[in-house]
Design a binder for this molecule. Structure first.
Ligand code: ATP
Ligand code: FE
Length: 342
């Protein structure tokens, strides 16, 4: 839930982002995200693209990421943090991370910013070469959230609608479990659905019969459970249920996006969060924006799910805008997105 910016990033900062520098920076950036800690062993490979994209963004803004010398102190700290992370619960992750980031910040004399995790998701499409300008409408569909957000500018977010119960990703994961798929099951359910037939199972489109921009997905899991009851769980039945479930979620998300575009007059729709990696969702949203005379933006799949680059990007953008983050460096498990101004 926080970001660190141990490397210089902004106008007038040091130059020299060599390949070695990229690798080192990857460590810093990954450590800005709570899962970044866990991802450390495979870091270079996993984070390479993310880091390069963020460096490009910084360069485009006129700042250049500097090369950091990573000393024995840093390696020792990483080893220690990794061992703590093996046993930590989520709140502990945040506290350990906060302490680690604060220590690095003090040691290197660099700013450390608290970054809201959802702000990272919302800004992730800006990591791409074709990125949206402010303002835009965002559909944030992740494991814990389903929100339509009016993004007026950096730090200015208004929630237009959100789920009243399960998040879309949560519904994917629960239904995937019913279908015998391992957690998190969203991507696996989507690939199972590729083999399924459309129309064999038709599930409800929750909340479409009501005005407004809220969502509800908990009933879909129950509908899938009822559909499967008493049936032999053959591959074709599982695939057909997956297809019917996916279509219901996508149709609901797409229709609410259409309404939100109409209501706000926005001409740019951004899709972010893990479910944003769903191919059929992207295709369906592409038709919605075409009909609404708008444009669609999304991050590549690996920037849809949690990643360190999106947190680092949000930190870079805040620094470049002269913002110091809304809360300094104290970890918060519950933090209102709408309270983030400058
Ligand atoms: P939050 O950001 O709300 O705290 P999170 O960080 O756990 O939640 P993300 O990492 O953004 O969520 O996304 C993970 C979710 O995305 C999981 O529920 C996963 O099943 C889902 N997901 C990933 N790929 C796909 C896909 N192709 N289709 C549908 N769902 C997917
Ligand atoms: Fe997330």
């Amino acid at each position: 839930m926080f970001g660190t910016l141990p490397s210089p990033c902004g106008p007038g900062s040091a130059t020299g982002a060599t390949d070695q520098g990229v690798t080192n920076t990857a460590i810093h950036i990954a450590y800005g995200d709570d899962r970044g800690f866990a991802a450390q062993p495979g870091l270079d490979k996993e984070m390479g693209d993310a880091v390069k994209a963020m460096i490009k963004w910084c360069n485009d803004q006129g700042g250049i990421l500097g090369r950091q010398v990573v000393g024995d102190y840093y390696d020792a700290a990483i080893t220690q943090v990794n061992s703590v992370m093996q046993q930590a619960c989520k709140t502990d992750f945040m506290l350990v991370g906060e302490g680690f980031a604060t220590a690095l910040s003090a040691a290197w004399g660099k700013p450390a910013l608290g970054i809201h995790h959802l702000e990272g998701h919302l800004l992730a499409p800006l990591l791409e070469p074709r990125s949206p300008a402010f303002p835009f409408l965002a559909l944030l569909v992740s494991g814990g959230h389903t929100q339509l957000v009016d993004v007026e500018a950096l730090g200015r977010y208004r929630i237009l609608g959100e789920t009243l119960d399960d998040a879309a990703g949560e519904a994917f994961d629960k239904t995937a479990k019913l279908l015998g798929l391992p957690y998190p099951g969203g991507a696996a359910l989507a690939s199972l659905a590729e083999r399924g037939r459309s129309g064999e199972f038709v599930f409800p489109r929750p909340m479409l019969d009501r005005p407004g921009l809220d969502f509800s997905f908990s009933g879909l899991k129950t509908a899938a459970l009822v559909a499967l009851r008493g049936r032999e769980l053959s591959d074709s039945v599982r695939a057909d249920v997956a297809r019917g479930f996916e279509e219901a979620v996508i149709e609901t998300l797409a229709e609410k996006c259409r309404r939100a575009l109409q209501q706000t007059g926005h001409r740019r729709l951004v899709v972010a969060g893990g479910v944003g990696a769903n191919r059929r969702l992207r295709e369906r949203l592409a038709t919605i924006v075409r009909d609404s005379n708008a444009e669609l933006y999304f991050p590549r799949a690996e920037f849809c799910t949690d990643n360190g680059a999106m947190i680092a990007l949000a930190g870079c953008m805040r620094l470049a805008a002269g913002m110091r983050g809304g809360m300094g460096m104290s970890a918060q498990a519950n933090w209102e997105l709408e309270s983030l101004h400058g």
